[in-house]
Write a protein that binds this ligand. Sequence first.
Ligand code: FEO
Ligand code: CA
Ligand code: CA
Length: 744
Amino acid sequence: MSKLIDNTRQLISGDEDSNTSGNEHFQNVLQARLSRRDVLRGSLGVGMATMFGSFGLSACTSDDNNDDNAAAGSGEKLLNFSAVNKSVLDQVIVPAGYTASVIYALGDPLSATTSAFKNDGTDGDFENRAGDHHDGMEYFGLSADGKPSTTSNDRALLGMNHEATTDEKLTSFFQHANGGTASLPRPAAEVDKEVALHGVSVVEISKSSSGKWAYVQASSFNKRFTPLTPMELSGPAKGDALMVTKYSTTGLLCRGTLNNCGTGKTPWGTLLTGEENWAGYFFRSATDDAARDAKSVTALKRYGRSQGASSRHGWETGGSDDKYARWNNSKLGTSSNGADDYRNEMNTFGYVVEVDAYDKSKTAKKRTGLGRFAHESAAFSKPVVGQPLAVYQGDDARNEYIYKFVSTAVWSAADANPTDRMATGDKYLDSGKLYAAKLNADGSGEWIELNISNAKIAAYAGYSFTNQADVLVNARIAADAVGATKMDRPEWCGVHPNTGEIYFTLTNNSNRAVEPSSSQLAPDNSNPRAYSDAKGSSTSKGNVNGHILRVREGSAGATATSFNWDVYLFGAQADADKGLINLSNLTADQDFSSPDGIAFSPSTGICWIQTDDGAYTDVTNCMMLAAIPGKVGDGAKKTLAHKKADGSTLNVDTYVGKEPTTDTLKRFLVGPKDCEITGLCESPDGKSLFINIQHPGEGTKMADIADTSKYTSQWPANAGYGAGKRPRSATIVITKNDGGRIGS
Ligand code: FEO
Ligand code: CA
Ligand code: CA
């Protein structure tokens, strides 16, 4: 997500303060640290034994592991590179001995007959070009004969999100020659182009015999999914009354995917794409509340659409055609069920969507069982034969929740290579239990099932749930009802391939304050910081720099309903106060702000941390760090003594992971101006790492569209990629000059 959009976040996203359960007292101390022996005895044992074998990685397997990052037997040492300095240059910087190359940028043609991208705002036909704001991304290997392969290191499909566009006022201004129309009504041609810039790409990439990666323009695998691509609703809310629209009066179908942010890759080889800030694209009339039932008004407000809400782009004003009308979420028709308008259209967004990257004939499915909210990534527990799969998820808005889905079906090894991947998705993702996380003061936590049979949900005073579909479509309200813990904007999550522990980035939260207003929350044990940070002449307040939470499931593994947590890392500038801000004692080679993307390398086990920051950008552009984390409980309890205005102290206990050393956390990459770093996948050998540079130059003013010298970024043109000077989101591949694995 763009940090500029985040500044107006309250306008487009839910920020309610309805959780009254956050006042628990400190009861116990955190459980003693988990020994390796405990891990091996637990349900993760089988998977871990396999992982140890395939990684050849000794890090994280000893009780005191943080200083040990040598890969067994090979002489390879992980994080054996010189940390990259903080930078405000308009270029991608990687360590000495590494090369970063652009391979796929906004506008690149995806068919043999699509014209080259001119990059001057006159290009069209984005249904056949790369979309904008490259985000989450997964690697799907292809064999030489074009079949799915888990071992191919030189041919693959990338399944990639195109989250949004770089905007000013209403317009995606870099994509229109003169910046476009920043007032209503929006011209149909501008709307059509902007809609098609969103969604998902599937694009083939291949590595030449000389070792150079490129995307394959004419590949028959290439496909774009846009907000107009027909899709199916799947799972418990399929066909529910909440899903009835003029487009699908049966509530079985829906149209397109939007604001796709984080991703996941299923154990059966499909792409999961998360719909994040979709609510902001919809218009509601100023008198809509009175026109519709009270329940739907409650739900719309909880999901960030009060009546009178203006839409991000004004797409509903593009004309009378249904493809524009669907962006008006007001009740306009006379039907009792919504079959004659788009009053329910927002209920068809906010899901994890499954895409079969290998088979473009397959219709994408929205997996309603995983709940509806502002989805980021979807990270699977390590599959264990005979046990259910867990899918971990965050809801990225201020003071929103962390979720877990647990499949009804138990994992079968045969499903790792199924004949029908989407049917396998039906099996694992359409039936299961959805939980929200409650984090306790003592370092323990609970997964609370969001089920209509739960009395707190069935009898919730704030909203009368009709059925389980209603619980899933309005998962935020159900999580309110059960008292889940409001977090500092949960972004991506990732599962550590050795320990199975789950890492959640909490990017920042301006609604956290020591003396909170009615719309803010006080610091709590798992979100313990609230402070001021200076940037030039301005000051930001709250949890400005974000943190990374870590969860260890109980002995039941994926199906556990209890867990332990600590905070792996607190983002901070290195010179910040160590008692209230720089709690992880970060040094200049490690300091970062606003963690967003997080993913573990399946090859090396390195934890890659990516930032989307607006606070430390006076000192450095956004970045990616390489980490070798330990495990929950490897650090210590700390008490933060927050000072109040009257001179009294608010003490907040938290659990901080073991302080990193330069051997366990190091800055690996800094991006160009005004970008965020996001998306991560790699070739199976770990020697080609793919990441995305999103929205370079987003600070450019539309008024300067004709003066390229005033663009805050000219990347990737200034790196030699493509025509024009308008900045473009793009995929880069990182390789090591000696042919080694990335991060070694
Ligand atoms: Fe799309 Fe929450 O970042
Ligand atoms: Ca993100
Ligand atoms: Ca600062």
